[in-house]
Design a protein around this ligand. Structure first.
Ligand SMILES: Cc1cc2nc3c(=O)[nH]c(=O)nc-3n(C[C@H](O)[C@H](O)[C@H](O)COP(=O)(O)OP(=O)(O)OC[C@H]3O[C@@H](n4cnc5c(N)ncnc54)[C@H](O)[C@@H]3O)c2cc1C
Length: 549
């Protein structure tokens, strides 16, 4: 049958209209809505591909899904072309740009990738796809062993500094909400998401606005990515902490592990995450060019998920609309206080609807929070970081930032009693500099106990958080009055950025590439993965791969 294509923008589907349908997801049953928008019979709609789905809650509790999609309809179908609906005769070209790169004449065989987080993983993925057979080295363990190590941590409270929520297969994002959005606009995004889908991430991450994967699926996805890299000739080594690079004739020629073993390679790409303070400071001391950069810290806030649902949706999933149609609500808030308030901006960070707070730390005697959610986002708690930019001495080397982070984490650990119990303070008590009543229940599995977060965090951060809490309570009623602060939260971004040669994207040490969050070029799973892809593309083509829309 001959067909043609129709681009449809902003196709609205009210949730109430589909709430009673016996279906799991309306995404797969849009034919009647497409037909109605185009004013054609439903039987003329052959198939469709969703580009994007978002939720419009401006008229809450009247919620709508809004789709941008491309429908394929019968060629003779009398499509009513109005603004937002346009017919095209040829399908748009598919983007295979990363799979079919114009490769440089000689490619590095068996390059070393240090770090199996999103940046290292995706760099290895692209290098392996093009036949380079990378060796990926990580100080942590494979996802299955790491999951078992984390269970042990929860029962013994004995933190393994090499296998924890930050170190091991998949890096810092393996036990997270797995939110996959970024402000970075990059044409490599589709390739990244398709690699995740091929590794068994839910297919709808390709089109949903603010998609997420969930901490129950992410470890499996990381394993499948690893298997794909191995099938293409790559290999992995776990429990292998890199302590230094090997330099010969002014060029990086390999790495040295903490047991003294040296491994040579034509090229080394290190994607260590921001918690690898040991390796990062070694590279700094070696003179690899770098600068101090701004970083953030703050604490986490937790609510009953229903407070957030009512604030964002004006209704409750499970009570007013089926949960499979409408998941736990999220938020993304920014406070920009007026100059006379003399307070810094605060943003919410890594919000986990229906999630739990976890101990995101890799150092004994130190405590920092973060959050994760399973795919179903079904817990009764919502949590998010509340983070404040920290002023840096622009002339400094970043060590002051690392020192501040360590000091705060030690103070939080001590305030929790020294066994990874976390200090917590009601948000109202935080506003009033009071001990406040004992905090209620929390999703943090190692337990919370009353603590003065207002005394642990730097005074300017406390001032900023207080201003922000007042503002956020106006956006989501109950945000302040029903919130509990838990924390501190410090593992957010690196206080250091390593310089890159604009032509090669290599570091100032030839043969050494530094990628992802630990290098100061990413803040999140997607931006770290994209950074790994950009470096790999540069290595493969010999031309700098820029961020491109
Ligand atoms: C609990 C938690 C939840 C998060 N949730 C989200 C989210 O939902 N969405 C989102 O976008 N971002 C989230 N983030 C942030 C995101 O995980 C990071 O931005 C991202 O993982 C950074 O990727 P990376 O590859 O640069 O570094 P990392 O993921 O940190 O990976 C670094 C890897 O290097 C290894 N390594 C370190 N030092 C050495 C060494 N010396 N030798 C060998 N190996 C070494 C580590 O073991 C680790 O595997 C979350 C972070 C945490 C901690």
């Amino acid at each position: 049958m001959s067909t043609r294509f129709v681009d449809i923008e902003a196709l609205e589907v009210p949730l109430k209209a589909v709430a009673k349908l016996p279906i799991q997801s309306i995404d797969h049953h849009l034919e009647p809505w497409i037909a109605r928008a185009c004013r054609i019979p439903e039987s003329d709609v052959v198939r469709y591909l969703i580009d994007r789905r978002s939720l419009d809650a401006r008229g809450k509790p009247d919620l709508r899904f809004v789709y941008n999609l491309r429908a394929e309809v019968r060629e003779d179908s009398p499509v009513n072309e109005v603004p937002g609906i346009s017919v095209r005769t040829t399908p748009p070209p598919l983007d295979h740009s990363l799979a079919t790169l114009p490769l440089a004449e000689s490619l590095p065989l068996h390059p070393i990738i240090v770090g199996a987080g999103p940046a290292g993983q995706m760099a290895a993925y692209l290098l392996a796809l093009h036949g380079c057979k990378p060796l990926v080295i990580d100080r942590g363990r494979d996802a299955d062993t790491r999951t078992a190590d984390l269970e042990k941590f929860h029962t013994t409270r004995d933190l393994d500094p090499e296998s924890n929520y930050l170190f091991g297969e998949g890096g810092a994002g393996t036990y997270s909400d797995g939110k996959l959005y970024t402000r970075v606009k990059d044409r490599r995004m589709r390739f990244l998401l398709e690699a995740f889908v091929a590794a068994r991430a839910p297919r709808h991450i390709l089109w949903r606005h603010h998609p997420h994967i969930g901490s129950d699926i992410l470890p499996h996805m990381c394993k499948h990515l690893r298997k794909q890299i191995e099938q293409w000739g790559g290999s992995f080594r776990w429990q292998a902490a890199v302590q230094d690079v090997v330099v010969e004739n002014g060029r990086c020629s390999g790495i040295e592990l903490t047991n003294g073993e040296r491994i040579s390679a034509p090229l080394v790409l290190i994607a260590p995450g921001h918690s690898a303070r040991d390796l990062i400071t070694t590279l700094m001391r070696r003179g690899v060019e770098h600068k101090a950069k701004g970083f953030q810290l703050g604490c986490r806030i937790e609510h009953d998920q229903r407070v957030i649902d009512m604030g964002q949706y004006g209704c409750l999933p499970g009570r007013d609309l089926p949960k499979h149609l409408l998941g736990a609500a999220e938020y993304n808030l920014v406070s920009r206080p007026p100059p006379h308030a003399k307070a810094d901006h605060v943003t919410t960070f890594c919000m986990c609807p229906g999630g739990e707070i976890i101990a995101a730390t890799s150092d004994r005697g130190q405590l920092s929070t973060n959050g994760m959610s399973r795919y179903a986002r079904a817990s009764s708690f919502a949590n998010a970081g509340l983070i404040v930019n920290q002023a840096v001495e622009r002339e400094g080397d970043g060590m002051a930032g690392f020192d501040l982070i360590e000091r705060l984490e030690r103070a939080a650990f001590a305030a929790g009693g020294g066994d990874y119990t976390c200090p917590a303070q009601g948000a109202t008590a935080f506003m009033r500099s009071e001990d406040g009543p004992a905090v209620g229940s929390s999703s943090y599995r190692l337990g919370v106990r009353p603590g003065r977060i207002d005394r642990i965090l730097p005074p300017a951060t406390v001032t900023a958080l207080r201003e922000a809490l007042k503002f956020f309570d106006r956006v989501i009623p109950g945000f302040l009055t029903k919130g509990t602060l838990v924390g501190v939260e410090t593992r957010i971004s690196s206080p250091v950025r390593f310089e890159r040669n604009p032509e090669t994207l290599a570091s100032s040490l030839p043969g050494l590439y530094l990628a992802g969050e630990g290098a100061g070029y990413a803040g999140g799973i997607v931006s770290a993965g994209l950074d790994g892809l950009r470096l790999a593309e540069t290595i493969l083509t010999g031309k700098p791969a820029l961020r491109e829309r």
